[in-house]
Write a protein that binds this ligand. Structure first.
Ligand code: DAK
Length: 257
């Protein structure tokens, strides 16, 4: 049987690849469970400092698998806790997760990319929330994360008209961090991930937690959270090493302590 989720290790980076080319990487339970298991493994591996989630050249993921869910009734969706049960593992990852998106990122695919900490897009990427076309609404965060990323006007436009947004517009709107020529997407994303993985992991995790707090709290609460984390950083050996290395004009060697 084809493995619908593949993993590789590149130095200190764990790569997760969605692999259902016949269905444009449509997301079913096997795929989502596979991504969750891969994240579990990379989170537990102390040699890994950053995770990259990607698809194929043609599709990051064209959405939740429509065939899989077309006969669901309300009670089934509710009782099996559809989506929440396994999709949210990306959100709870403590190490940074970068989505490397080429081709279609639609519906649940766009939502999954937005669950990651940032999106690097190939110039071929197309983002959309076309659920309205098939009689449902975005249900894995699209109506909430999209307006936070690109504002109400464009989020409404995408969710209500089902139009796709190309990579250039997505970058201009703030949905993606970088647009990269398609042929270099993985290489460039892995390079950025290696940079992150070369820093102190506890500091990287504190930064991720603090930035995420900006979306969950008032400015004052967020600033307080940041300040506490900042003070805590002075308890790390890596802070001593980082500052000593700067003073001694050498490269820091972090030990994640
Ligand atoms: N599901 C299942 N199969 C899909 C698929 C999908 N989302 N998208 C594509 N495929 C399959 C096609 O059926 C086709 O299979 P065969 O016919 O060859 O067997 C194959 O992938 C190639 O697709 P096309 O022949 O259509 O390729 P094109 O290049 O012509 O078109 C396309 C590409 C991406 C524009 C088109 O495939 C398309 O419109 N796909 C559907 C996109 C879509 O509507 N995505 C949103 C799905 S709904 C929930 C939370 C979240 C969700 C649901 C519930 N709860 C909390 C309850 C999420 C919902 C969604 O994501």
């Amino acid at each position: 049987m084809t493995q619908v989720v593949l993993t590789e290790i590149h130095g200190k980076v764990g790569l997760i690849r969605i692999n259902r080319p016949e269905a444009l990487n449509a997301l079913n339970n096997d795929v989502v469970d596979g991504i969750g298991a891969a994240i579990d493994a990379f989170e537990a591996d102390e040699n890994i400092g950053c995770i990259v989630l990607t698809g194929s050249e043609k599709a990051f993921a064209a959405g939740a698998d429509i065939g899989f869910m077309k006969d669901f009734d309300y009670m089934h969706a509710y009782q099996t806790d559809f989506i929440t049960r396994n999709w949210e593992r990306i959100k709870t990852a403590r190490k940074p997760v970068i989505a490397a998106v080429a081709g279609f990122a639609l519906g649940g695919g766009c939502e999954m990319a937005m669950m990651c900490d940032m999106i690097f897009a190939a110039d071929t990427a197309k983002f959309g929330q076309p659920e309205v076309r098939i009689g449902i609404l975005p249900g894995a965060g699209g109506t909430q994360r999209l307006p936070r990323a690109i504002g109400k006007a464009k989020a409404m436009d995408m969710c209500l008209t089902a139009r796709m947004m190309d990579a250039a517009e997505a970058e201009q709107a703030g949905l993606v961090a970088r647009v990269i020529p398609a042929g270099q997407l993985l290489e460039e994303t892995l390079k950025a991930a290696q940079t992150i993985a070369g820093f102190s992991l506890p500091v990287v995790m504190m930064i991720k937690e603090s930035v995420n707090r900006a979306f969950e709290s008032s400015l004052n609460e967020g600033l307080l959270f940041e300040r506490r984390a900042f003070h805590a950083a002075f308890a790390l050996e890596d802070q001593k090493e980082g500052m000593a290395a700067f003073a001694e004009k050498r490269k820091a060697t972090f030990t994640n302590r």
